[in-house]
Design a protein around this ligand. Sequence first.
Ligand SMILES: Nc1ncnc2c1ncn2[C@@H]1O[C@H](COP(=O)(O)OP(=O)(O)OP(=O)(O)O)[C@@H](O)[C@H]1O
Length: 287
Amino acid sequence: MADTIHPIHHPAHQAAARGALEIRGLTKRYRVSGTPFTALQDIGLSVAPGEFVSIVGASGCGKSTLLRLIVGLERQFDGEILLDGRPVAGPGLDRAIVFQEHRLFPWLTAEENVALGLLKSHHPAADKRRLVREHLELVGLGAFAKAYPSQLSGGMSQRVAIARALVARPRILLLDEPFGALDALTRSHLQAELLRIVRAEGITAILVTHDVEEALYLGDRVVVMHPRPGRIAGIIPAGRLPLAEDGGAPGPGFGHDRADPAFIRLREAVLAELGAGHAQPPARRAA
Ligand SMILES: Nc1ncnc2c1ncn2[C@@H]1O[C@H](COP(=O)(O)OP(=O)(O)OP(=O)(O)O)[C@@H](O)[C@H]1O
């Protein structure tokens, strides 16, 4: 990716308050074989503009459901989801999501896939072409604009997916285990670059991950969820952890230092909170 990231001049940059998410009393029920099932219960969460929030929790605790609700893919729920004060009522250009699989169209080139992110935007064609080019450069793939997904590695494809998510300049970027399928080295490169991009562009981000280190490396706060029913068990502040250094130059855009004792202590705290969700009730003593 580009060594230095400059904020992109984007026509959608005008709004004053951007990316403030407010979730109040959110409950989501499904019916499974006719029986009601509570996937999320009474979720309350405020995310400030530009904040990076990580969510961890056992499988089935409703993390993906929560992201789908925020992105507007699930419309039936109790409670409120407000983005910059406006209720979420279906998908919109102000929210974008990146999944574990890149979900690129194999018959489209990298630039055509990124351009899909602007399909519903009203920018003039010349602006759209510029934005697509600049976002491919932002993720370090300027030279691969004409490549098809089959000609890209998994990490490169995921970069294209990130460019596609960012090109319409969402107020909030939702990430559902975006690096889960990547090797460790690619994963750590992409974590750092994602952080640089969202910091430089001032985008609010919510990341769902099973990786507690990733959650703490990236997150200003880590939300721990418990299952049955899915609920928030605790929110661990990570924003004051020391930043990792890169070539001796600490600065915004770099994640938290994984080797720092405070990081290790918080990792233990998150793991303990996660473990509490698994704790079994004590066995009854025989009379
Ligand atoms: N469309 C649906 N209909 C019925 N139940 C559903 C539906 N979608 C999700 N669920 C249930 O809601 C619960 C939460 O699912 P969800 O995928 O959000 O969990 P998760 O925390 O993201 O899990 P994982 O970490 O395994 O991805 C699960 O018990 C799941 O079976």
